[in-house]
Design a protein around this ligand. Structure first.
Ligand code: PRT
Ligand code: ZN
Length: 295
């Protein structure tokens, strides 16, 4: 039986891998793969996984070798600006992990007050297209020098005056005597797809997977919040609940002045949220995780 299968490209190992595997797992997919192989097979749905270097993912998806893929926005946008493909892959949605920033960084002893300070300077980067686009937007005439790795050592080696590199905690810059001075591009993991229409079979698998991904993303920060509160405080509490739809209000037996309020909060519920709710008169506040959610 020839069954159509959707092919997904994800990073084999690196900073996108764990988040990509976790997302697929949260969608109820188990991937059987040999450790060294470049290929995985999903048991629950007709889906194959190709494990690649992140830089190859946009091209594999653009070329139809894979149908969809997960890649950093930084890599996707760099390749798009370079115009590497005739018909580039399309962005579907951001996925909320592998967040980082492409930052312009300068030696710590620089007093950096404006991008015009970069006029005539050499900037070492693995992202020359993104860097040039930013320089153009800022109206600065500087040179982007392409380096594939160890960009942060370039100023010390006098290869460049400054760098434009990916920053997450900032520890690497700090250890190399550099400080971030301007955000060139903010990035997170991105779902991309081939630009051509899928066959009906593939489209059905894609739609089913996308529904699950959406469900996972919306329930990730969501919490079910329950509390008791004075009837008079319903409005104030409802307004305060982060990202909540209309809450459910329930009678409390034997307490005509009090109600139970139940709500789904779609944004993070922090300790200070609970403290504020308490100030508004809420008591017996419970915050429960939501495992799955589908609109
Ligand atoms: O082998 P392959 O080519 O697949 O992987 P890779 O080594 O090219 O990429 P990888 O795994 O390092 O990163 C994949 C993607 O993760 C990147 O394209 C970004 O979208 C995202 N990401 C998130 C990061 C970081 N955080 C990050 N911190 N990519 C790189 N870094 C590096 C950065 O280059 C610098 O060397 O980490 C260092 C800075 O980290 P801090 O914490 O010291 O600031
Ligand atoms: Zn890479």
């Amino acid at each position: 039986m020839s069954e159509e299968r959707l092919r997904i490209a994800i990073q084999k190992s690196g900073r996108l891998s764990e988040g990509s595997f976790d997302l697929l797992k949260s969608c109820g997919l188990t991937i059987s793969r040999d450790k060294d192989k470049l290929y995985g097979r999903v048991r629950e749905m007709p889906i194959d996984i190709l494990l690649l270097r992140d830089d190859d993912i946009p091209e594999f998806v653009a070329d139809d070798a894979c149908d969809i893929g997960i890649v950093g926005q930084n890599v996707f946008e760099e390749e798009r600006l370079e115009g590497a493909q005739d018909k580039p892959a399309q962005e579907v949605m951001t996925l909320g992990f592998a967040r980082c920033q492409l930052m312009l960084a300068a030696p710590k002893d620089w007093t950096f007050d404006s991008p015009t300070m970069l006029e005539g300077k050499r900037i070492a980067t693995s992202y020359p297209a993104l860097t040039r686009a930013w320089l153009e937007k800022e109206g600065v005439n500087a040179r982007a020098v392409t380096m594939k790795g160890s960009v942060e050592v370039a100023p010390r080696l006098k290869i460049a005056d400054t760098v434009c590199d990916i920053v997450s905690t900032g520890a690497t810059l700090d250890a190399n005597g550099l400080k971030p001075v301007a955000n060139v591009f903010s990035s997170e993991a991105l779902l991309i797809r081939n630009a051509n229409a899928f066959t009906q079979g593939k489209q059905e698998i894609y739609d089913a997977l996308l529904k699950r991904i959406n469900g996972v993303l919306t329930s990730r920060d969501a919490k079910y919040v329950m509390m008791n509160a004075p009837r008079s405080a319903i409005e104030a509490i409802t307004e305060f609940l982060p990202g909540a739809d209309a809450p459910t209000i329930l009678e409390l037996a034997g307490s005509p002045d009090k109600v139970a309020i139940h709500a789904v909060c779609r944004e993070s519920v922090f300790w200070n949220t609970l403290e504020e709710l308490k100030k508004l008169g809420a008591s017996a506040i419970l915050v429960l995780p939501i495992e799955k959610m589908m609109a």
